[in-house]
Design a protein around this ligand. Structure first.
Ligand SMILES: [Zn+2]
Length: 93
């Protein structure tokens, strides 16, 4: 079924290439970024940075597993863009 724009009911909508979106999420949730975040959190809470590395690695592992099982529903949502009013909306498949 072809989606219609929820704002103007136009059928002139097309699926946006969401690869850039995925890349951004991958970058934000990359093991290196998470470990870096863990270390900086430990520094601000005056905890040994090694704990941050361990916590970051653990979180990264959980996220990798979640991605493999497609347990992150936001990643499978399709983004559509209306050609008439440029409204962007997503549909759940
Ligand atoms: Zn529209």
């Amino acid at each position: 079924m072809k989606p219609v724009c929820p704002r103007c009911q136009s059928s002139a909508v097309y699926v946006m290439t969401d690869s850039t979106n995925h890349q951004l999420i991958d970058e934000l949730l990359s093991p290196a970024a998470l470990i870096g975040l863990g270390v900086s959190l430990c520094k601000s809470f005056k905890v040994h940075p090694v704990i941050g590395v361990i916590a970051g690695t653990a979180i990264a592992t959980v996220i990798e597993l979640a991605k493999l099982h497609s347990a992150l529903p936001m990643l499978v949502n399709k983004q559509h863009r209306c050609d008439d009013c440029t409204h962007i909306f997503s549909t759940i498949n």
